[in-house]
Design a binder for this molecule. Structure first.
Ligand SMILES: NC(=O)c1ccc[n+]([C@@H]2O[C@H](COP(=O)([O-])OP(=O)(O)OC[C@H]3O[C@@H](n4cnc5c(N)ncnc54)[C@H](OP(=O)(O)O)[C@@H]3O)[C@@H](O)[C@H]2O)c1
Length: 247
C-alpha cells in the first residue's frame, strides 16, 4: 500500500455542496477533520450554511463558487485551491440537475442543459483534478449518479442518459488510474429527500420502494465517506446503490 496523508490533512472538493446530498457529504467528510471546499452555482447563502455545518463538527473549509459547465471557471477555481492548499485528495462530483419531461416534448435545450451539467460538468472538474492526483499518486473520486442511470426512468431520458454516462466514465477512468492509487467509484441514490424531489408525491413513491420510504441525504453521505476511507482502497470502478431496494 502507498502512504496517504492523515485524514485531518486531506483536502476534499465537493461540487454542488450548498444543499441536499452535497451538504450532507461535506459534513460527513468533515467529521474526520478534512478541509472541505464547498462548490455551488448560485446559492451562496446556502453554501455558507454548509460551511457552518463543517465548522460545527470541528473541521474547516471554504466556499468555491463556480458553474461546473464552465470549463475555464472550473480550471481556475482548482488552480486557486492548489495555490492555497497544494493538494486535492478527494473529489465528489455531486452537482446535478434534472429537467423532466417526456421525450416527445423535450427540446434540444432541455437535453443539453442536463447533459452539460451532469456529464460535461464531471469532465470539466475531474480532468484538472486527475492531473493533480496522478502527480501525488493518491486520490479518491466519487461520482454521484442515480438509479435512473442504472434502470432508466420514464420522463427522464436526458437525466438517465447523463447518469448512465457517468457510470461508464467511472468504470473507464478507474481502469486508467488504478495503478496510481486513485480509486474512482459511483454512488447511485434512489429517491432521496432533497429540493430535487420536493415536488414529487412522496407517499406514492414510498409505496414503490421495497424499504417503504425515501432515503435521507445522510444515508448517501455515509456511503461516500466509506468509499473515501483508507479501508476502501481496493474498491474501484464500482457502482453502489443507495436506494431502499428499487434496483
Ligand atoms: N435527490 C435525489 O433523489 C437524487 C437521486 C439520485 C441522484 N441524485 C443526484 O445527487 C446529486 C445531488 O442532488 P440533490 O438532490 O442534493 O440536489 P439539489 O438539492 O437540487 O442540489 C443540487 C446542488 O447542485 C448544485 N448545482 C446545480 N447546477 C450546478 C452547476 N452548474 N454548477 C455548480 N453547482 C451546481 C446546486 O448549487 P446551487 O445551490 O448554487 O444551485 C446544489 O448545490 C445530483 O447529482 C443528483 O442528480 C439525487
Amino acid at each position: 500500500m502507498t502512504s496517504r496523508p492523515s485524514l485531518s490533512q486531506e483536502v476534499a472538493l465537493i461540487t454542488g455542496a450548498s444543499r441536499g446530498i452535497g451538504r450532507a457529504i461535506a459534513t460527513s467528510l468533515a467529521n474526520s477533520g478534512r478541509f472541505i471546499y464547498i462548490n455551488y452555482q448560485s446559492s451562496e447563502k446556502a453554501a455558507m450554511t454548509t460551511l457552518e455545518a463543517v465548522k460545527k463538527v470541528g473541521s474547516d473549509g471554504a466556499l468555491l463558487g463556480f458553474d461546473v459547465t464552465d470549463q475555464q471557471a472550473a480550471e481556475s477555481a482548482i488552480a486557486g485551491v492548489m495555490k492555497d492548499k497544494g493538494r486535492i485528495d478527494i473529489l465528489v462530483n455531486n452537482a446535478g440537475i434534472s429537467d423532466d419531461m417526456l421525450m416527445v416534448w423535450m427540446k434540444s435545450e432541455n437535453w443539453h442543459r442536463v447533459i452539460d451539467t451532469n456529464l460535461t460538468g464531471f469532465y470539466n472538474v475531474t480532468k484538472p483534478v486527475v492531473k493533480i492526483m496522478l502527480s501525488k499518486r493518491h486520490g479518491r473520486i466519487i461520482n454521484i449518479t442515480s438509479a435512473s442511470g442504472q434502470m432508466g426512468q420514464a420522463g427522464q431520458v436526458n437525466y438517465s442518459a447523463s447518469k448512465a454516462g457517468l457510470i461508464g466514465a467511472t468504470m473507464a477512468l478507474s481502469r486508467e488510474i488504478a495503478k496510481r492509487n486513485i480509486t474512482v467509484n459511483a454512488v447511485a441514490p434512489g429517491f432521496i429527500e432533497t429540493d430535487m424531489t420536493k415536488s414529487l408525491p412522496k407517499d406514492q413513491i414510498a409505496r414503490t420502494v421495497p424499504a417503504g420510504r425515501l432515503g435521507k441525504p445522510e444515508e448517501v453521505a455515509a456511503a461516500v465517506t466509506f468509499l473515501c476511507s483508507p479501508e476502501a482502497g481496493y474498491i474501484t470502478g464500482q457502482v453502489l446503490g443507495i436506494n431502499g431496494g428499487i434496483c
